[in-house]
Structure formats: C-alpha cells, structure tokens
Write a protein that binds this ligand. Structure first.
Ligand SMILES: [Zn+2]
Length: 292
C-alpha cells in the first residue's frame, strides 16, 4: 500500500505520495489561498489528492494534517488558527468528494508522530513534539502512537495558561502559551521593548542591540516555564522542537538550561532537540496516520 500525506498549512498545501516504507515517490505544493474561504481550500486539497492518486501504481491510504483539532463529539474542526476551517466537517467533505476514507489529525500531533517514528525521536518511547511558529502546539507520542486523551485535547500545550490574567488569546482565554512564545507574540514583545518592528529572524540577527538581552530573558523565562510544566507532568524521554522558532540556536543550550532550572527534580536531563524532518514533518505525519 502506498501512502498519501497532505499538510494543510496557513500559506501552502503540500502533498506527498510515498511507498510503504515512506520513501517519497512524488511531492507537490500549492498555495492555500485562505482568503478565498473553505470551499476553495476543499477544492485545492481534493485536486491535489486526485493528482497524487493518479500517480500511484498501488492502493493508497490518505492522511491529512490540519491546523486545529477534531471535536470528538461533532467531528468538526475546532481550535484552528486557520479560522475558516473552524466548524467545518473536513473529513466527511473529503470522503464524500473523493470516495476514499481519509484520516485527519492536527498538525502538532502529525509533527510529533513523524519525528517520533522517522526523525529525531526514533528510539524514544515518550516524545513530546512542540511546534513553535505562527502558532504554538504540542503532541504526545507514547510507544509510537498519538496520545489523544479522553476528549482529543491531549498535548494542546499552546493554550495552557502561562500567566493568570495575561495576554488575550483568540481562543477566548487569557495568558495562553501561544500569546507569549509564538513568532508574532515575540515580534510584538520586541516592538514594545525596542520600538523596532522587525521579523523574528531580524531580531535574532540584531543581538547587539542594547534591548536584546531583556527581550531574550523574557522569551527564555516563558519558554522555560511552559516546558518545565510539561516535564513535570509527562517526564518525556525527549522534547523535539519544530516550527520556525526551532531554528533559534540558543533554545538548545540556554533555553534547555532555563527549563532544567524550573523542573521539580534534583535530576533532570531531558533532551530538548531540534527536529530532523524540517518542513516535511507534516506530510510524513499525515502519511503515518492509519486510514479507517
Ligand atoms: Zn488560547
């Protein structure tokens, strides 16, 4: 059986066709066109899947990696930062158009699954995968399987409350992790501290700026507080960072030590490592989902 994985991102939709050993046969990438709404996204995904099916010389399984989680009660997408997907029944809509069963999983779970089985966490039993980019998310993999939890909310670390009465979040709560250590949140903090409107890569380059130290300290404090909570509860064998912010080198030494300082244990050595699959975590995670 060949496998098709689709990664539905905020700006691009990527599709991959692999053989049964997850070796790439073909790969395609198209823009998401979020402004054109849900029906346009649905059409783009179905076209992409149909093209990949045509190129397969074997039966296929199909998995889709999407921002947001599926509500266990309704099957509809919730908590998505691609907001036109919220309340939509993407899984059934795809099934009705394609006449194939399609597995759907949120992007953080797909990332964590891909890294745990094919990437940096290959020999670890309990992996916590973190996405830090435009949004912040997390996924828990136990013995090679996604841990969904009772109501499919396990690992939703981005909306864990970090500061009581803190920053307002689109989810309706205040103080969520995502409002402190996502790319946009960090750019906003930099602008407030330095008066400069710069992108995150520009800020990192600007490390000689006199305000850089206080920005970085705030960032590391929030990074450490949010991840040390995870270590205290899960005590994972490995934490793997993904998303754009995973390219920030100081997270793997100063960031890691800051986490260790806050963990409730006299012995902490949890590896905090960079992903190995890069941008491909989503499509490979989608390939790894079982069709049902
Ligand atoms: Zn939130």
């Amino acid at each position: 059986m060949n496998r098709i994985g689709i990664d539905l991102g905020g700006t691009k939709i990527e599709g991959i066709l692999t053989d049964e050993n997850y070796q790439s046969i073909t790969r395609k990438r198209i823009p998401t066109n979020q402004d054109e709404g849900y029906n346009s996204i649905l059409k783009s995904i179905t076209n992409l899947i149909q093209e990949l099916v045509k190129e397969s010389n074997n039966k296929v399984s199909i998995g889709v990696c999407t921002p947001g989680a599926l509500s266990l009660s309704s099957g509809l997408i919730k908590n998505s930062n691609t907001q036109c997907l919220i309340g939509k029944d993407l899984q059934n809509d795809l099934k009705n158009i394609l006449h194939y069963n399609v597995s759907i999983e949120n992007d953080a779970n797909c990332f964590a699954l891909a890294e745990a089985k094919l990437g940096a966490g290959k020999n670890s039993n309990l992996v916590f995968g973190v996405i830090m980019g435009t949004g912040v998310g997390g996924g828990i993999i136990i013995n090679g399987k996604i841990h969904h939890g009772r109501t499919n909310i396990a690992g939703e670390w981005g909306h864990h409350c970090l500061h009581n009465d803190g920053n307002s979040c689109y989810c309706g709560n205040k103080g969520c992790v995502e409002t402190y250590i996502s790319g946009p949140a960090l750019e906003k903090q930099w602008s407030q501290i330095s008066g400069l409107n710069q992108s995150l890569p520009e800020i990192i380059q600007n490390h000689d700026n006199p305000n850089f130290g206080s920005w970085k300290k705030l960032f590391l404090d929030n990074f450490a507080l949010s991840l040390s909570n995870v270590v205290d509860i899960l005590d994972p064998d490995m934490i793997i960072l993904g998303g754009g912010l995973s390219n920030i080198d100081f997270l793997y030494d100063e960031g890691k030590n800051a986490v260790y300082d806050k963990v409730f244990s006299d012995m902490v050595n949890t590896p905090i490592v960079k992903n190995e699959l890069g941008d491909s975590g989503g499509v490979f995670g989608a390939c790894l989902l079982e069709s049902y």
